[in-house]
Design a protein around this ligand. Structure first.
Ligand SMILES: Cc1cc2nc3c(=O)[nH]c(=O)nc-3n(C[C@H](O)[C@H](O)[C@H](O)COP(=O)(O)O)c2cc1C
Length: 150
């Protein structure tokens, strides 16, 4: 918040901010993002959420225009989401088998950072699946086809 309000960081705050920028800069330097993410309780695992909370910083991944809102600072990036879940699947009745705050959250976050070219590979559901091997093979084929296109 000190950064977004234009204040300077000193001492321990500066050390923490320098660590954050080092982690964020590694993310910013990539051309492509491959995020393999299991659904956890409708959303994403907490360690990935913490990583996002560390790197999703003003002036690094996003800016805020008081008139028009958030804008992303990442340009010309591509992302692929490899999504798994045990019971939830796009073809399963929702909310009975869960609600997808998983892909929707990841897409919203990436969009806010400026990443809009996003492909998906889904292996869902893994548990309530009459043909898990077939679904897994289909997901691998989708991954190969995306890799060949890249
Ligand atoms: C803590 C936790 C929460 C989970 N929550 C859900 C969920 O809300 N919906 C779902 O369909 N599957 C859920 N699962 C199942 C995982 O999504 C599934 O096991 C995973 O996609 C397969 O990857 P894995 O081999 O890492 O377990 C959960 C698993 C764990 C460990």
């Amino acid at each position: 918040m000190a950064v977004i309000t234009g204040q300077s960081n000193e001492g321990r705050q500066k050390t923490a901010w320098d660590e954050i920028t080092a982690v964020a800069n590694r993310f910013i330097a990539a051309d492509r993002y491959l995020l393999a993410v299991p659904m956890w309780n409708g959303g994403i695992p907490y360690r990935l959420k913490q990583y996002i909370d560390v790197i999703h910083q003003p002036g690094l991944l996003w800016g805020l225009d008081p008139q028009t809102g958030y804008f992303g600072l990442l340009k010309n990036k591509k992302a692929v989401l490899a999504l798994t879940s045990g019971a939830y699947g796009p073809s399963m009745p929702s909310p009975a088998f869960g609600i997808d705050h998983h892909s929707s959250y990841l897409r919203d976050w990436l969009n806010q950072a400026g990443v809009t070219d996003i492909d998906e590979i889904r292996f869902q559901p893994t548990l309530l699946n009459p043909d898990p091997e077939g679904s897994f093979k289909a997901a691998v084929a989708a991954a190969r086809s995306l890799a060949a296109r890249a």
